[in-house]
Ligand binder design. Structure first.
Ligand code: 0L1
Ligand code: MG
Length: 260
């Protein structure tokens, strides 16, 4: 039976609206292909844009072995960043709007020019990037216990919920992104450390991969968008009173707190 993309997008948005965990789609259908999963993700974005949201960027997830091992999924995934999900450094994240959020450090590229695949290289990413900043993403899988298959998490826009963006940053070439360090602290305890190389060898290569992925669907990364390259460490629960800080060499630090 063909997958009804709009029906499953409405199922997922109901989880967001009602802040409730959902059963994974793959537990309810015979088969969910990766193409069907991206079509559900696109339908979900259409619903959000139809409600007046704007598109602020795009994201990769599961680009580090830390994250792939944590989630039991072995391939990167791609998703969208609605403008309503973008927060400033230092904010308190309203937990009553979320289900069971987790937080993770991100390398974020701010594009000055568009990037259209296929054939996008790391050099092209550097040419198109205005700035690279640190960030913390709040992910909030709509599925029970953050448990899903690759297709499920793609349909769910890769668990995207919020992202806080740092105000410092560097121009491309000002530092080697592969050796640029990140220390992630939750409530003053270091929960993970990594360098940019943890992201498939190079965060800029992740962005190139995303541009080339979108090219297959006739889409591109737009000038002015932010692009998250993925988390270099595993994600941690964001609870009431939790303070999470990502400290980056060269990029400064970014903090968020959870509040109800
Ligand atoms: O941004 C991410 O790495 C999220 C990818 C989806 C898996 C997850 O929910 O951790
Ligand atoms: Mg992420």
């Amino acid at each position: 039976m063909p997958i009804d993309h709009v029906k499953w997008a409405e199922y997922l948005i109901a989880g967001v609206d009602e802040r409730r965990e959902l059963q994974a789609i793959t537990k309810q259908v015979d088969e969910l292909s990766i193409d069907d999963a991206y079509a559900i993700q696109a339908a979900l974005l259409e619903i959000q844009l139809g409600r007046g949201d704007k598109l602020a960027g795009a994201k990769l997830g599961l680009t580090s072995s830390a994250k792939q091992e944590q989630m039991g999924v072995s391939e990167p995934v791609y998703g969208w960043v609605p403008a309503s999900s973008v927060l400033a450094d230092g904010v308190s994240v309203e937990l009553t709007e979320l289900i069971h959020p987790r937080c993770e450090p991100e390398f974020v590229f701010i594009l000055g020019e568009s990037l259209a695949g296929p054939g996008v290289t790391v050099a092209d990413v550097f040419d198109a990037t205005d700035k690279i900043v640190g960030g913390i993403e709040v992910i909030d899988s709509r599925y029970e216990a953050f448990s899903f298959t690759l297709a499920d998490v793609i349909a769910d826009n890769t668990s995207a919920a919020r992202v806080a963006i740092g105000s410092e940053g560097i121009k491309p070439g000002e530092a080697d992104l592969t050796t640029l360090g990140c220390v992630f602290e939750v409530d003053g305890v270091v929960t993970g450390t990594a360098t940019g190389a943890a992201l498939l060898g190079d965060p800029a290569a992740c962005v190139a991969m995303l541009a080339n992925h979108l090219g297959k669907y006739g889409q591109q990364l737009e000038a002015g968008w932010l692009v998250m390259a993925g988390a270099a460490t595993d994600a941690r629960p964001l609870l009431d009173g939790t303070v999470a800080t990502a400290r980056y060499s060269h990029l400064g630090s970014v903090s968020i707190a959870g509040k109800t």
